[in-house]
Design a protein around this ligand. Structure first.
Ligand SMILES: [Zn+2]
Length: 306
């Protein structure tokens, strides 16, 4: 049985899993990430990998590492990550390979998510899938003909930065009116604050998407309006994505996807109405089924696919 290590480096925690080719997680570990310095994190990761390696039978094909940010895929270099301000131009692949002796592949976390959902999750068995991760930022993954499409050096598939209104609100990337500037967690909170104030309501302290979802489930009018506008803007982006890629499925994960039918019902209705009719007929819009383990699974499957 072939095995691979899958690593998901988040802004708060780093997860490490040992995964077999059927997608079973044999071991799962987690430790704190230092967002300011990579060396201690990579050394800890190497120690954990070497320790696990000693206890398994089966051939280990490599280590896949996912993290948010801009990555040169071939060299496995993280150029920039919004979650890891101290990690700039880090040659993760080279450093980790020196420490553990395996091939190391490094890719964007949204690509890892999309690959995992395509191989093991909502899109299992399908060959044309678009993945979107809705968190603080909005990530994208393009899986076409059974393979991820990353662009010329790996920086592509930034679907969250499709501009849907050049006069729109500011995005974390510096542009205006990106999908992320409407449906990233920070953008939803910004819009929510404005809506509460314009409705002469006190702004709740804990204005997270989860809390807004809770209010909406209690039929709070402002909360319902916030989610309706989130679905509306997301649908504009998803309709364009459907028209460009003609996917079989758009799979959506990340914290905001936990709004469930509150988000997905209007999203499906609006996106499929806005997309070209023939393309809309042949696509479904689904919620991620793998949840938080998608990152490590996709990272491990990057090794099996390479
Ligand atoms: Zn942007």
């Amino acid at each position: 049985m072939r095995l691979a290590f899958g690593v998901d480096i988040g802004g708060t925690n780093t997860r490490l899993a040992l995964v077999d080719e059927s997608g079973n997680i044999l071991e799962l570990k987690s430790f704190r990430t230092d967002p300011e310095s990579h060396e201690a994190v990579l050394e800890r990761l190497a120690r954990e990998i070497l320790e696990l390696k000693g206890s398994v039978c089966g051939s280990i094909v490599g280590v896949g590492v996912g993290c948010a940010g801009v990555i040169r895929f071939e060299s496995g270099t993280l150029l920039f990550s919004p979650n890891l301000p101290g990690w700039k131009n880090v040659a993760i692949s080279e450093r980790l390979r020196d420490l553990v002796g395996f091939c190391v592949f490094v890719d964007n976390d949204a690509n890892m998510f999309t690959l995992a959902e395509a191989k093991l999750g909502a899109g299992r068995g399908k060959k044309h899938i678009i993945g979107l991760t809705l968190g603080t930022g909005v990530g994208g993954g393009i899986f076409v003909d059974g393979k991820l499409i990353r662009g010329s050096w790996g920086g592509g598939a930034e679907l969250g930065h499709i501009i849907i209104d050049p006069e729109g609100p500011g995005c974390n990337c510096g542009a205006r009116g990106c999908i992320e500037a409407y449906v990233g967690a920070y953008a939803i909170e910004r819009r929510a604050r404005e809506l509460f104030l314009s409705n002469a309501r006190a702004v709740p302290k804990n204005l997270t998407p989860e809390y807004i979802g809770k209010l909406a489930n209690e039929a709070d009018r402002v909360a319902c309006e916030i989610i309706a506008s989130t679905a509306y803007y997301l649908a504009i982006g998803v309709a364009s994505i459907i028209n460009i890629f003609n996917p079989e499925m758009v799979v959506i994960g990340g914290g905001i996807s936990n709004l469930g039918p509150l988000l997905f019902d209007p999203l499906r209705r609006l996106a499929l109405k806005k997309a070209l009719p023939h393309l809309a007929e042949s696509v479904t819009i689904e919620k991620s089924v793998l949840g938080p383990t998608a990152g490590v699974l996709g990272a491990a499957f990057t090794c099996f696919a390479s």
